[in-house]
Design a protein around this ligand. Structure first.
Ligand SMILES: [Zn+2]
Length: 194
């Protein structure tokens, strides 16, 4: 049976039209139904082992572990429930990777993604990818000034008004192939002798 690419299993509505709606975003941030994915140093908060499951935190729960200044990104909406990702600062006082805490453990998605239900692995990959981009694009690639987050985390803009360059998350298409030798007799080509 072919292995499923779990990262292609996302079911979230990315809600692109809502990213610039500040009132809607503020209401969703505090909505008790809203769920948050916590990311720390590229690791995702996960519950359990058999199989590992995405730890989806309430607004109240994320407020306990994330400082005000944490990077927050809208991932999308599923069945009317908004999903955000929060990147905890590198030096935040959170448990070390692998250490079990009440709400789960911060783990490397590369090690456990294939064991998770596909929609959850895709959700965490989405969160991790966006946070990775933000962490590495804090400064404008055009003029070097600081850039700041816009469009609910799907854009960064240079803080220098004279530059105002817009930057967007990278998309990295990737293909993995298996090279296989095919044993088959091919008639010689008189124009291209080998
Ligand atoms: Zn700039």
């Amino acid at each position: 049976m072919p292995r499923v690419n779990v990262y292609a299993g996302g079911t979230l509505d990315r809600a692109a039209r809502r990213r610039g709606d500040a009132r809607w975003l503020a209401a969703r941030r505090d909505d008790p139904k809203t769920r948050y994915i916590a990311v720390w140093r590229g690791l995702c908060l996960v519950r359990g082992d058999d199989p590992p499951r995405a730890a989806l935190l309430s607004p109240e729960a994320i407020a306990e572990i994330a400082p005000e200044a944490a990077t927050v990104v809208l991932l999308g909406v599923s069945d009317g429930v908004a999903h955000f990702a929060v990147d905890l600062p590198r030096h935040a006082k959170v448990p070390a990777p692998g250490a079990l805490i009440e709400r789960g453990a911060f783990r490397d998605l590369r090690a456990i993604g294939g064991l998770m239900p596909a929609p959850e692995a895709a959700l965490l990959a989405h969160a991790r990818g966006l946070m990775h981009w933000h962490a590495r694009h804090r400064f404008c690639a055009v003029c070097g000034r600081p850039s700041e987050l816009r469009k609910a985390g799907h854009q960064r803009v240079c803080t220098d008004p004279a530059c105002a360059a817009e930057h967007f998350p990278r998309t990295d298409p990737a293909v993995i192939v298996l090279a296989r030798k095919i044993h088959e007799k091919v008639p010689p080509n008189p124009d291209y002798p080998l």
